[in-house]
Design a protein around this ligand. Sequence first.
Ligand code: ATP
Ligand code: MG
Length: 232
Amino acid sequence: MTLQLSALQASLQGAPVLHAVDLDVKPGQVLALLGRNGAGKTTTLRTIMGLTQQTGGHVRLDGRDLGGAPTWQRARIGIYFVPEDGGVFQELSVLENLRLAGRGQPEQVLGAFPELKALWHRRAALLSGGERKILALARAALSGSRWLLIDEPSLGLAPAVLRRLGQAIAALRAEAGVLLVEQNLRFAQSVADDYVLMQRGSTVDQGPIEALRESPFFAQAMSFGSGEGDSA
Ligand SMILES: Nc1ncnc2c1ncn2[C@@H]1O[C@H](COP(=O)(O)OP(=O)(O)OP(=O)(O)O)[C@@H](O)[C@H]1O
Ligand SMILES: [Mg+2]
């Protein structure tokens, strides 16, 4: 069982953005997808989800090519995307957001996300940034999806909240393979098993997360040192 990208290419409004993305995610694995601003991390997640135009290569699930499958079909076969803002329904309560997440009863998430109990009837718009991220991950858990694509969950959160977020992601991996886009290196190192480095629309290196700093592509891909930019 693997979610496998090979030689994946994608375009945004006709402009090629992904050139050659190769990676494998396995159940129970947290794979950190790392790279500087504009490297193509979000586009990779959106292409897996069928939200961006794939122009070449393959997305395979358990060996089966998803071809041009629409987003709803990808969701139905167990792929779930948590966008940077969490993707929750701002006007709905925590409970309503959980009810809409899918298969299980909302109460099921209280074991792994007990802090939601006190927020049950609060509108998502009124949650703090950290609470909203927890709600987004609880929705992902409740969806029963086998593959979770999570875009920069750490963004804008204080260190104490990050610790909690790390635990929440650890809870998710019990049931799923996680592809985690991160810019916060320390956070990525605390939750991921392995890394993939991206640079200008292509994956350039991968390995166990402990070996990240030894990668010959590390400084360049993470934009330390060079100062030369490819972002807007
Ligand atoms: N509509 C568009 N047309 C052409 N290029 C675009 C369009 N939208 C985004 N891009 C470019 O695609 C590239 C990849 O963007 P993407 O959002 O995937 O990067 P990212 O790695 O997620 O960056 P960040 O860390 O800043 O979120 C960027 O260079 C961006 O400028
Ligand atoms: Mg992004």
